[in-house]
Write a protein that binds this ligand. Sequence first.
Ligand code: ATP
Ligand code: ZN
Length: 645
Amino acid sequence: MAQITFEFPDGRNQAFDSGITIAEIAKSISVSLAKKAIAGKVDGQLVNVQAPLTAGGKLEIITADSEDGLTVLRQSAAELLAAVVKREFPGVRLGRLAADEDGFYVDTEKDERQISADELDDLADKMLRVIKDNASVKRVTLSKDNALNEVSGDRYQTELIKTLDSDEIPFYEIGGQLVYAQVVAAPSLKDLKHFKLLSVAGAYWEGKSSNPMLQRLYGTAFFKAADLEADLKKRQEARERDHRVIGNNLDLFFVDPKVGAGLPYWMPNGATIRRTIERYIVDKEVANGYQHVYTPVLANLDLYKQSGHWEHYRDDMFPPMKMDDDEMLELRPMNCPSHIQIYNHHIRSYRELPLRIAELGMMHRYEKSGALSGLQRVREMTLNDGHTFVAPDQIQDEFKKILNLMMEVYHDFDIDNYTFRLSYRDPENTEKYFDDDEMWNKAQTMLKGAMDELGLDYVEAEGEAAFYGPKLDVQTKTALGNEETLSTIQLDFMLPERFDLHYVGEDGQEHRPVMIHRGLVSTMERFTAYLIEMYKGAFPTWLAPKQVQIIPVSDEKHGQYARQINEKLQAMHIRSAVDERSEKMGYLIRDAQTHKIPYTIVVGDDEVNNDTISVRKYGEDDSRELSMDDFTVEIMKDIASYSRD
Ligand code: ATP
Ligand code: ZN
């Protein structure tokens, strides 16, 4: 019989008869290992313990106490869920199923009503019953014909099996059901005790929006009860932090796909937060030598042909509009070409460099509909954009200046949870980028050099660069756990070349400047989403849409006094209001808390008589009786400090 050789993790090699299984190899090592083995891994590929192996390679035996062990546990849960769904809903079609670091999922499709979230607990009970009755997961193989016969009526399973180049199609027998083995499951479900079915959501077959939408059932599983509990708690917290949920509760913004997916409407509360951010950042930039401009969102398509956007970035752009006189107008996807026009409008001297042009620039990008998410990823956005034009020997200094400015801004917003990523071009896919190897190498080396010199930690990511140059991206995590870029600094030798930019040097000759693109606080959309999640809606006073809520104990007796106080505060540009609703006072106070308003002021007989106010700060248990003067000093200080507490 043919022999196949495996290399064990300790480097030892051993030959076995072809057709041997992981279960048998484990047994040859020790009986206890055979008991613990839930899967194998050959050359990085997971394999079922019962599958006959016909090729050797680097071998690992997977047990529960490993990352792969957890994957196998979740894959087993997915196969079990598929078997139960198949039994409970005759005629159901099953799409893909899989496990990842979050949990597992199974895609399903029924003729009529799809499986709803309300049915998940019941399905989980049925899974538990199967585990109790017979926890074994028996691997069987069917010939391709028999396999296709077995899944007939299920177009998705048929499609999956048809593409296989084998006449031994693996299935699992679980709880009396035969399901196609899409992933590697453990031979027994006895370890599957701590799992939960979480939610349902639509998912296109094979991720393509032209395909039917299936109903994806999500779940998660752990070996230990405590791990499951901690995970569920984290998920609950994430839900509470989700900017879409808070945005709705605090009436900050909405998106209505009927009117336009990815095109948010800012309600007055959200608009106040945005305006505060905008004023802050513009003032900060002006104080740091930036010149703010306004430029149009529309331009002749030729501008984006010259910049290279049309060639390299077209997939993200809205189609051009053809006008009566045949002019083609394009909604800009980036502001760089606009700022280049500003630079080029005058002859520039070396004395003007670094020349810093900035704008809250509105741009449009045709993001995939599946990627859109609240304010985090939208199709119309306003970027805190800036382009610095420097002489080549000023790059390092300017880069550091931008980084320092960014840190100052982060400090004011209390942002400390981020990582740096140097984003390079993808060496395998260079046609996506401007074609000039020497420039790419130069720019990438410079960026890395600057980071090293500053002693900052970073990860390097190939394929994440802009088409015109490498970037330093600042990465943050959203409440839902996705990594998103917040700030970015990008080095660009290309666009100055394309637009033939010059400055007159000290020598009286024309020289080529270098461009640094930078966004400090990202787009207003993404930044607001980020802040909502970071503050969980409890904005520091300077950002809060409403800073003070004044509640008269009785409108009749104290209403007038309340309105006087309100006028005084408003005259000082403090965002305050009197709650005029004729509800119980306890309700009004709780409502102010629910809306996370930084200061609640209550005025009754005592306050009117003493000419004071009773102040309670959000997050504090007790209220304090203060004079108006003392209060205004306190709140003005609070606003000026940008502080959260
Ligand atoms: P991403 O990788 O997040 O799609 P990008 O690399 O295409 O972004 P840039 O061209 O560098 O983005 O845009 C500048 C900044 O604008 C990004 O760093 C990001 O913070 C923000 N941004 C980009 N696309 C969107 C979007 N669709 N919605 C909201 N903000 C966005
Ligand atoms: Zn730019």
